[in-house]
Design a protein around this ligand. Sequence first.
Ligand code: SAM
Length: 219
Amino acid sequence: MANPVAFELRDDVYRRPLETATKRLGIAAGWKCADIGAGGGDVSVALGRIVGSKGRVFAVDIDPRRRDQVAEIASRETQVIAITQAAEELVLPEKVDLAFCRFLLIQVLDPKVVIKRMAGVVKTGGWLVIQEAITSAGRIGQTPISALEAAMRHPDIGIMVPQMVKELGIEVTDCWAEAPVALGDSSESRYLEAMTGVLVADEPIMLPPIVTTIARILS
Ligand SMILES: C[S@@+](CC[C@H](N)C(=O)[O-])C[C@H]1O[C@@H](n2cnc3c(N)ncnc32)[C@H](O)[C@@H]1O
């Protein structure tokens, strides 16, 4: 997903699932969070605004160019700290109340290794929140948006995550799916165009549903 327009629009079209997750979890001022595979830092900033000046967000990404983007944001959002690191080797300066990832496991070699590593940086009683897509469920009208699947290592990882978390001995407390749906000119149609080169003007679009998995770290 290298297209910068797609990056910008993705935050817009998937903002609602992020809000649902933060509200259901009840993230509060003062929480320490980690956003793994932070990309341009949109989720990190959203979390940073909730946790406020007494909280902290570690924005971790394997790509040093992303670090520069987040560092630019961090200069405005002082509680966001950018770190260049592979999720598979995740180590943070301190344990966090929440480890979060969105559209990360879809790309990594072994999602279970990353989930385990994320769980390892969470305090006892803290939370893991994972938002990943079911790419093959996207639709233009009644037709699957197959072009979206090609570039992903695990295009349908979203539906697998709750099971993977459970297999790691971690309690899943909630999981659900949400999909952006639109008709006509919209952020969704422009996002799809940026991703596939196809502009859909007169058919309904359902972008890939995102599955949110919430898990509690008890030890
Ligand atoms: C599709 S982007 C998602 C960005 C952001 N989470 C969002 O939802 O807007 C995936 C990000 O994960 C990063 N990434 C991929 N593999 C990674 C790994 N093994 N460890 C850490 N970050 C990784 C990429 O550099 C990229 O910035």
